[in-house]
Write a new protein. Structure first.
Length: 441
């Protein structure tokens, strides 16, 4: 993606020297497609109140999850021998993880509002004013259709299943079941369902719109990197066109394009990653607590894999930046002169020293995120989960087979034992004896 002055200069001044116009190869370039989901999200978040409303729904959801930690004392289904609930540890761990994970899910709304403003990062990257390849536009359109359907699914689950069916009508759904001895869902359950419905129908669709905006930005960045590589390929490093065309475009990538991408979306990406992985631990613990709640198992797989899907597009854009260095080295192979090597070395050293030696790319928490680093991150996460899952499994109480329960003393038996002990002479020394030892006497 070239700026208009550079495109004109390239077409006129450099066309003869390079053997043709770069526009000939980009004859299939089309306008960036208008994405309905982003338009809707932009209108929704035009007021700061809409963003704070998302924070409020998220806070209520997290607070209700934390409040679930003490539900065993009032509403638990008592199934253990001694009258206590037999899944307290798992249930508490699940509620805590889901509360912590959900607490950051509204942070991408801040990023989305920032990047979609009139002076936001999407405009700075050229949305609505530049062209991309037809292939990239088609791919972005498919992403749009898929994510619109994904957002609609969460709206449906939130409004129909949780808010209407459970919250308003009191129907049972997944973990919202009528406790034994009760005729209907409790008020607490119904209020919780209302909160979940608002959270799913409002926060998640906007987070999905953020994801779509990141994909759109990644396509624009990738296209600009490709155009820069074309300039490098066609321009001699020892010619005047190198300093007039290639160097300004490289500096634009370094000083404007990639920093704009990172400043706009890095914090939202980090928040969603953390929220998804912590919530995945919570849903897995919830499934172990109640294996009939299969929705928790599906959510575990979904939340564990979602960060990989979110980062795939922008990691590809960063990897395209790595290809710039390969293009420069290819340029060196075509001309081994000292002058050519010196011109290329200046640019290569500049690229190599960026981001503390990591090179050019999308930066998250000080790390350049490309395909290689993405694989490294997920190997580390997989190792962590490999250690965490057995610990969660250890919280699950042992299954008691019917008929093998330990016998408990009745009130009459306890009273009889106490009476027998009271008949002992007061002069006897204190002693401690088990029932087994007493029966063996």
């Amino acid at each position: 993606m070239l700026s208009q002055p550079l495109q004109m200069a390239y077409t006129t001044a450099a066309a003869g020297a390079l053997g043709g116009s770069d526009l000939d190869e980009d004859s299939d370039a089309v306008d960036t497609p208008a994405l309905l989901l982003i338009k809707i999200a932009t209108k929704v978040l035009v007021s700061p109140r809409a963003m704070w409303l998302g924070h409020a729904f998220t806070f209520m959801y997290a607070a209700m999850r934390l409040a679930e930690i003490d539900r065993w004392s009032a509403e638990a289904v008592v199934t253990s021998i001694d009258g206590r609930p037999n899944t307290t540890a798992l249930a508490d761990f699940s509620s805590a993880c889901l509360a912590v994970g959900a607490s950051v899910f509204s942070l991408p709304l801040v990023s989305l509002r920032r990047v979609t403003r009139d002076d936001g990062q999407l405009k700075a990257l050229g949305v609505g004013s530049t062209k991309i390849s037809a292939k990239a536009a088609k791919s972005l359109g498919r992403w749009h259709v898929a994510l619109v359907g994904f957002a609609a699914l969460w709206v449906y689950l939130g409004l129909i299943h949780c808010l209407e069916s459970v919250g308003l009508l009191g129907d049972e759904f997944n973990e919202f079941t009528i406790h034994p001895g009760k005729m209907a869902l409790t008020t607490r359950q119904r209020v919780f369902a209302l909160v979940i419905g608002l959270f799913c129908a409002y926060v998640w669709p906007l987070a999905i719109a953020w994801w779509l905006s990141l994909n759109e930005a990644s396509v624009l960045v990738s296209y600009e990197v490709i155009e820069c590589r074309k300039l490098i390929d066609k321009t001699s490093a020892t010619s005047a066109d190198w300093d007039a065309l290639v160097v300004p475009e490289l500096l634009k990538l370094i000083n404007e394009t990639l920093p704009t991408l990172s400043e706009g979306w890095a914090d939202g990406m980090l928040a969603l990653w953390a929220g998804c992985w912590v919530s995945a631990l919570g849903t897995f613990a919830g499934f172990l607590n109640n294996t009939s709640a299969t929705l928790f198992l599906y959510l575990t797989v979904f939340l564990a894999c979602l960060p990989l899907c979110m980062a795939a597009g922008v990691a590809g854009a960063s990897s395209d930046c790595d290809a710039v260095k390969a293009q420069l080295n290819k340029k060196r192979a075509s001309d081994l002169s000292v002058e050519n090597d010196a011109k290329l070395y200046v640019i290569e050293r500049l690229l190599q020293n960026l981001n503390k030696g990591q090179g050019l790319g999308f930066v998250v928490a000080g790390k350049v995120l490309n395909k290689t680093t993405l694989k490294t991150i997920f190997v580390a996460v997989g190792s962590f989960l490999g250690a965490a899952v057995p610990l969660i499994l250890a919280l699950k109480p042992p299954t008691i087979v019917p008929g093998t329960e330990a016998c408990a003393l009745t009130a009459q038996q306890v009273a009889g034992i106490k009476a027998a002990m009271m008949t002992a002479s007061a002069s006897c020394a204190p002693f401690n004896v088990t029932i087994s030892e007493a029966l063996a006497l």
